[in-house]
Design a protein around this ligand. Structure first.
Ligand SMILES: [Fe+2]
Length: 274
């Protein structure tokens, strides 16, 4: 590396090159095997676009995104009280998700087997416990057929996703679907690799969310239905104990028979990034 490489680039790439060479030596990697991997990486790139991120999915099934997420979370834990636990972003988040008024039902065309949930909670400062107004809670989930809207031509654009802004009490509220397990897409290299490894494609039922507020570290996480299958063998290794939630019965609400309360604790930004 030349003298202009940044110290962090030198550290990360030095470590990477050392390990990838050791890896090749340790398993006696052949040219054919290396080329098969190169083709798989190229295939992942070719099938990725702004709606699909196959490279990220490949990292997910290898547990890499979950590991990196955990390293980042453990670093955050050392610097203060426990913020809401994080989990991987996954490949289905969209940057252009619309902001919707609190109380909106994000299930625009609820499937027959779908159960509506009233989801609500507060976003608070982890140190003071004070509510954080004007925080954004970005939520996305798959439908009961196992597909996110960008994978499914029968769902409306931005179905089952929305951003919600907290009120002066730090509260957000909406209607969504009780999540159901789904298989990750198996028509690309990630699916091919799972087959080669004799592994299943299923993820436990979950809702993705991201919380952001001015002056606070953003959090990306997923919450998991405690009654779901695959909690102990998630194909992308994202389940953490603190992210398992219970859906309660909800009475006297014509819109939803279930309720989920989920509070989010954010830590103030103390570091500056360059
Ligand atoms: Fe997901």
């Amino acid at each position: 590396m030349g003298p202009s490489a940044s110290p962090r680039m030198r550290e990360v790439m030095g470590c990477f090159i050392q390990h990838i060479h050791d890896f090749a030596r340790e398993c006696n990697l052949t040219v054919d095997e290396w080329m098969a991997a190169v083709k798989m990486i190229n295939w992942a790139g070719q099938m990725s676009d702004d709606k699909r991120n196959e490279g990220q999915l490949m990292c997910d099934i290898l547990g890499l995104e979950s590991l990196v997420d955990d390293i980042t979370y453990q670093k955050a834990l050392k610097s203060g009280k426990p913020v809401t636990a994080s989990a991987i972003l996954g490949p289905f988040w969209r940057a252009d998700t619309p902001t919707r008024p609190n109380g909106t039902n994000i299930s625009e065309d609820t499937p027959e087997d779908g159960q509506l949930v009233y989801m609500h909670g507060r976003v608070t400062d982890v140190e003071s416990g004070e509510p954080i107004p004007n925080a954004t809670v970005d939520i996305w989930q798959a439908s009961t057929n196992g597909l996110y809207e960008q994978q499914d031509p029968n769902q409306k654009e931005h179905n089952l996703r929305g951003k919600f802004v907290t009120n002066s009490h730090g509260e957000y509220w909406l209607y969504c679907l009780r999540p159901t397990p789904y298989p990750i897409p198996n028509d690309g290299p990630a699916g091919k690799l799972l087959t080669l490894l004799d592994r299943h494609e299923w993820r436990p039922a979950h809702i993705h969310l991201m919380a952001l507020a001015d002056g606070y570290k953003p959090i990306t996480t997923q919450i998991f239905d405690k009654d779901s299958a695959y909690l102990s063998d998630d194909s992308v290794f994202a389940v953490k104990e603190g992210l398992i939630v219970s859906f309660a019965e909800r009475k006297q609400d014509p819109q939803a028979g279930l309720e989920l309360k989920y509070d989010i604790r954010l830590a103030r930004c103390t570091e500056t990034f360059s």
